[in-house]
Each structure stands twice: as structure tokens, then as C-alpha cells.
Design a protein around this ligand. Structure first.
Ligand code: GUN
Length: 286
């Protein structure tokens, strides 16, 4: 049976690091890191994610500024809010929860956030910095995945890493991070030919597709490390249940190590967001 990578436990260590950074900033600079969270609309999953982010921020001693906007909020109103947050010296990090409603130009909003306050690491300047190996704010989910991988492997160098999913939030930045770790990186996606065979070559398999249970035990190389980024709400016997992109029960018979859902990548993402907020606050010390 595979080692189960405990995201909750690892995240609590990262949260402790973030809380220590907050204390350091308060003690030496009388600076309280501030995180602004913007949620547009009433998407149920986004509401839960945002609530958890704010709860953990408060626990770590980070000041949070919550902005809940109606689903029909105009682009101009959102633009104006971002400007206000960019100008506010008490706000060190700005997170706009994605996805945004269809009528909002997401790329324009992301680009309007000051790169030094972009705690998601989605601004083109931060994306470029990451791809050149000089990142300061790295997207939270891939950062969390890397911490989990380093927990299992002292050295990732030379390993075959296959990432299933090519999103800007996970797949692409994950590829950049693993390349920096000297992995041989493949990004597989919905148009990949014989995706199962590609996955079977992976020493490290990252599943970030949003397709519940897509990845079955016969996709996995024996003793591979499997990180499941998927968080899919499904109904089983009338009960809502969260499952990942990987068939956990089957995969854990084959893999060497595997992250569960829930209790895997999810808590790591939040912990890394808070770490990014303290990094951003440090970078903004004058
Ligand atoms: N939606 C899903 N994941 C994320 C994330 O990491 N950041 C933001 N802003 N929105 C998301």
C-alpha cells in the first residue's frame, strides 16, 4: 500500500512558518501583513474556498480585507476596486478568486494587480519570472504540490514528471517548477494521444484535470508518487462527496506515495497563499 501524503499535517507546518513570519514583521517593522480577497458572484465552491482562506489568514495573524461583489458587477467597478487595493499600503496581497463571471475580462483584471501584490502569482510579470527561474511569488497550488513531493523525495533530479492538465493555475506553473527541479517534464491533456501510456512512464504524476476519478490504477507506474490536485463534488446515494481526479483506492495499491482528497493538496494551497502574503509584505517593506 502506498504512503499517504498528509496534506493537513504538512500544511500545518507551512502555516506555522507563515505565522512566524507574521510575528517577525510585527516585531521588527510594526507591519501587519494584509490580504485582500475579492469574490465576484455566488459560486458555491468559490465561497467555501474563500471562507477557508480568510479563516486561515486570521489564524496566522494576517489582516484580511474581504470584498464580496454581486455576479453582475461591471468590469469598471472591479477595475476601480483593484486600483484602490493597489494603492492601499495596508494591503500587501490581492487575491481575486477565479473563475470570474463571463462578462469580466479575467486576463485584464489579473494584469491590473500590482505584480508585488499578486499573491496568486498569475500576473504575466510573475509568470515570466517563474519561467525564467527567478520567481518571487509562485502560484500556490503548484508550490504546495512541490512541498509534498519534496517531503517524499530528497532529490527530484532526473525523474520523469507527467502533469495531466495544462491550466494557467496549476499545469503550466507546475511544469516550470518541476523543470527547475531538473525533472523531465511532460504536460498531458485532453488531446494527448494514448494518455494512459504517457502516464505509465511517470515517476511523478500530477493530476489536475477536474475529471473525477479519471486516473485509474492501470495508468500508474508501480511505486510512482501521485499528487491529486482535483477537487470534484459528486453525489453518492444522495450525499455530496469530494473526490479527486485519481481513483484513490485503486491507485494506492500501485503507487509508492499518493495524496488524498480531501486532506491533500487543498490545505497546502491555502498555506502557500499565506506564505506568499508574508513574502509580499516583506518585499514591500520600505
Ligand atoms: N480558483 C481555483 N484555484 C484558485 C487559486 O489558486 N487562486 C484563485 N485566485 N482562484 C482560484
Amino acid at each position: 500500500m502506498a504512503q499517504v501524503i498528509d496534506g493537513k499535517q504538512l500544511a500545518s507546518q507551512v502555516l506555522e512558518d507563515a505565522a512566524a513570519e507574521v510575528e517577525w514583521l510585527k516585531h521588527h517593522f510594526e507591519s501587519v501583513p494584509g490580504l485582500a480577497v475579492v469574490l465576484v458572484g455566488d459560486d458555491a465552491a468559490s465561497q467555501i474556498y474563500v471562507r477557508n482562506k480568510i479563516k486561515r489568514a486570521k489564524e496566522a495573524g494576517i489582516a484580511s480585507f474581504e470584498h464580496y461583489l454581486e455576479a453582475d458587477t461591471s468590469q469598471a467597478t472591479l477595475d476601480a476596486l483593484i486600483q484602490e487595493l493597489n494603492d492601499d499600503p495596508g494591503v500587501h496581497g490581492i487575491l481575486v478568486q477565479l473563475p470570474l463571471p463571463e462578462h469580466i475580462d479575467e486576463a485584464r483584471i489579473i494584469s491590473s494587480i500590482l505584480p508585488e501584490k499578486d499573491v496568486d502569482g498569475f500576473h504575466p510579470a510573475n509568470v515570466g519570472a517563474l519561467s525564467q527561474g527567478r520567481a518571487s511569488l509562485v502560484p500556490c497550488t503548484p508550490q504546495g504540490c512541490l512541498i509534498m513531493l519534496r517531503h517524499v523525495h530528497q532529490d527530484l533530479s532526473g525523474k520523469n514528471a507527467v502533469i495531466v492538465g495544462r491550466s494557467n493555475i496549476v499545469g503550466k506553473p507546475m511544469a516550470a517548477l518541476l523543470l527547475q527541479e531538473n525533472c523531465t517534464v511532460t504536460i498531458a491533456h485532453s488531446r494527448t494521444r494514448d494518455i494512459r501510456k504517457v502516464c505509465q512512464e511517470a515517476d511523478i504524476l500530477i493530476a489536475a484535470t477536474g475529471s473525477p476519478g479519471l486516473i485509474q490504477s492501470d495508468w500508474i507506474k508501480p511505486e510512482a508518487t501521485v499528487i491529486d490536485v482535483g477537487i470534484n463534488a459528486i453525489e453518492v446515494d444522495g450525499q455530496r462527496k469530494l473526490i479527486g481526479d485519481v481513483d484513490f483506492d485503486g491507485a494506492s495499491q500501485v503507487a509508492g506515495a499518493i495524496s488524498p482528497v480531501p486532506g491533500g493538496v487543498g490545505p497546502m494551497t491555502i498555506a502557500c497563499l499565506l506564505l506568499n502574503t508574508t513574502r509580499a509584505a516583506k518585499n514591500q517593506l520600505t
